[in-house]
Design a protein around this ligand. Structure first.
Ligand code: CTP
Ligand code: MG
Length: 229
């Protein structure tokens, strides 16, 4: 059975504030989309890679993604996204090949994610038969506050995990969760959990951070230039 990875890249990147949609913004000479695709095609096993792109940039997304697929044996599909991340994931799910048993959903915005993290998620889904999300321990003290900024209570960080993507699921669980979804959830794990399926956390990777703001893009540039030394 095959693994599919849906790379959602159809957002506009409002918080980044760049003239280009976020996935098409260059990071040290290569777009976030190219970097994300390259990482996914670097997985140990062949995959069906499904890029979900803005409707008016499908050809551009296809060219960028195909250029990074290298000699990897797998499949590449490019489809147009929807108005929300969840709608974009759903568009990707519609083109799953019949032989896919495990589906990963990944943010193009997590452009520096190591291929090994994708491999680890696939292995954990296969071993557990459940949903798997990478997560990092929370190091900051977290407070619950009201709208005026008054601190209401502390939150025990032992109870918290800062989750990332790729998030992986058995195909039937993810499809069933999307079929029964009635409202927008923050991520795919939330959707699957609300449909009543188990989800567990495995160790994430600091390099899988999401590029959201201009500061994040700058941090990614610094990391790449340090690596080149
Ligand atoms: N995404 C998508 N379709 C949407 C919205 C988001 O495919 N309608 C994707 C983005 O391209 C991104 C990932 O979901 O790779 C995570 O979303 P986020 O970081 O919020 O990206 P944007 O929505 O583009 O950014 P912003 O919220 O700042 O506008
Ligand atoms: Mg967004």
């Amino acid at each position: 059975p095959l693994v599919a990875v849906i790379i959602v890249a159809a957002g506009s990147g409002t918080r980044l504030g760049h003239e280009l949609p976020k996935a098409f913004v260059p990071l040290a000479g290569r777009t976030l989309l190219e970097r994300a695709v390259e990482s996914v095609f670097g997985m140990r096993e062949a995959a069906q890679v499904i890029v979900v792109a803005p409707e008016d940039r499908l050809d551009e997304a296809r060219a960028l993604a195909a250029g990074r697929a290298g000699s990897a044996v797998g499949y590449l599909d490019v489809v147009s996204g929807g108005d929300s991340r969840q709608a974009s994931v759903k568009r990707g799910l519609a083109v799953l090949r019949p032989d896919v048993d495990t589906v990963l959903v990944h943010d193009a915005a997590r452009a520096l994610t190591p291929s090994a993290l994708c491999d680890a998620v696939v292995a954990a889904v296969r071993a557990s038969g459940a949903g798997v999300v990478p997560g990092l321990d929370v190091v900051d003290s977290i407070k619950r506050v009201d709208s005026q900024g008054a601190v209401l209570a502390g939150v025990d960080r032992q109870d918290l995990s800062a989750v990332q993507t790729p998030q992986g699921f058995p195909r039937r669980m993810l499809l069933s969760a999307f079929d029964t979804a009635t409202e927008e959830q923050t991520d795919d794990a939330a959707l699957v959990l609300s449909a009543g399926f188990p989800v567990s956390v495995i160790p994430g990777d600091p390099l899988a951070f999401k590029i959201t703001t201009a500061w994040d893009l700058h941090r990614a540039e610094l990391l790449l230039s340090a690596r080149a030394q």
